[in-house]
Design a protein around this ligand. Sequence first.
Ligand code: HEM
Length: 163
Amino acid sequence: QTALNPAILSLDWLLGTWKSDEHGEGCFPTINPFRYTETLHFSHEGQPVIHFMFNAFHAESKKPLHRECGFIRMQPETNKVMFIIAQNSGLVEIEEGELTEKQLNLKTHALARISFAKEPHVQQVSRVFQLRPDGRLEQTVSMTTDNQPLMTQHLHITYCRSS
Ligand code: HEM
């Protein structure tokens, strides 16, 4: 097994595969609430970088829905974390934030989308990852869009470690 680069040692609690235990809950003022499942993979190759893949599925139909992949880096000698993210919806994003103990607080630093991305367009994302005392991982995503300028929750889900 490749040794973890010291630059990302403080994110070691993320590494591995996580599967949603209870159904994730999706909402937003402009859409019907929905339930979903999601698998997360975080891995590394010895570089000061974590690679991730998030795959979400509709809870009832099991159809693939949302997918994201990207890279995580930390600014050396700080608790600053950045995510570089590509989403299957046609969005690319850089999120930046801070690591506090086992909690990551991120928000959009830069965002771009394909010319024919579905509307309304997301304007700003904020997300929190937290390792809970019971060993489960929790993710909460909020966003603003063209129609909803107030930061409002879109997703909440918890995961169990599966490897
Ligand atoms: C709707 C963004 C992750 C499922 C939407 C909308 C936006 C959006 C802008 C349209 C809202 C409106 O019509 O007012 C995002 C962003 C995500 C994300 C930025 C990640 C950071 C996910 C995930 C799922 C999901 C993980 C899981 C299955 C849905 C569904 C809808 C929706 C089912 C409603 C139907 C539709 O418009 O397709 N999302 N989303 N989203 N999102 Fe997400």
